[in-house]
Design a protein around this ligand. Structure first.
Ligand code: HEM
Length: 152
């Protein structure tokens, strides 16, 4: 299901505000995932700072790591690209498939872990912009998640 032009406009406006602060917000979303779901740290074997930070470190301390900030930017930049394709489901799929396949086969990420990242992102949107914004963007994460699952 593609987005109506109006739904896409509303969701894009929500995203633009979050993306304006990409480095901080990307790091917040990732650090909460690492803190609350420690198994997700184990995928990032190359991230030496993340691998050696004590288990007692707070989400804020994890979010301050250069590796986490840098990777948050990559993830958010990929999401930014997806958000630009909301009204065209074919081009959205074409953008999602290689990303999903890379995570499935090369990085061997459990598809359920995408659910964690989306939940954290929606939580942050709710904190920063309120419940209506969260609801508007949930349509986006649901659509992206469905397409990721289909490509896995
Ligand atoms: C919103 C969902 C996600 C997006 C948009 C996303 C995007 C990306 C991008 C763009 C890259 C870089 C790919 C490249 O260099 O070719 C990447 C790498 C990676 N992603 Fe994801 N990702 C997402 C979710 C996840 C989740 C849930 C996990 C696991 C918990 C994960 C684990 C990884 C790992 C381990 C790498 C490689 C990091 C490295 O060694 O540099 N990703 N991701």
């Amino acid at each position: 299901m593609a987005f109506s032009a109006e739904d896409a406009k509303t969701a894009s406006a929500v995203w633009e505000k979050i993306y304006a602060d990409v480095e901080d917000n990307g790091a917040i979303v990732l650090s909460r995932m690492f803190k609350e779901n420690p198994h997700t740290v184990s995928y990032f074997k190359n991230f030496t700072q993340l691998q050696s930070i004590p288990e007692t470190a707070s989400a804020e301390e994890i979010a301050a790591l250069a590796e986490v900030r840098g990777h948050g930017k990559k993830v958010f930049s990929a999401l930014n690209d997806l958000v630009s394709h909301l009204t065209n489901v074919d081009s959205l799929k074409a953008t999602i498939v290689p990303l999903a396949k890379k995570h499935a086969t090369e990085l061997k990420v459990d598809v359920k872990d995408f659910g964690i990242i989306f939940e954290n992102l929606l939580h942050l949107i709710g904190q920063k912009q309120g419940g209506d914004a969260k609801e508007a963007f949930e349509k986006v994460t649901n659509l992206i998640y469905e397409e990721i699952k289909a490509a896995y």
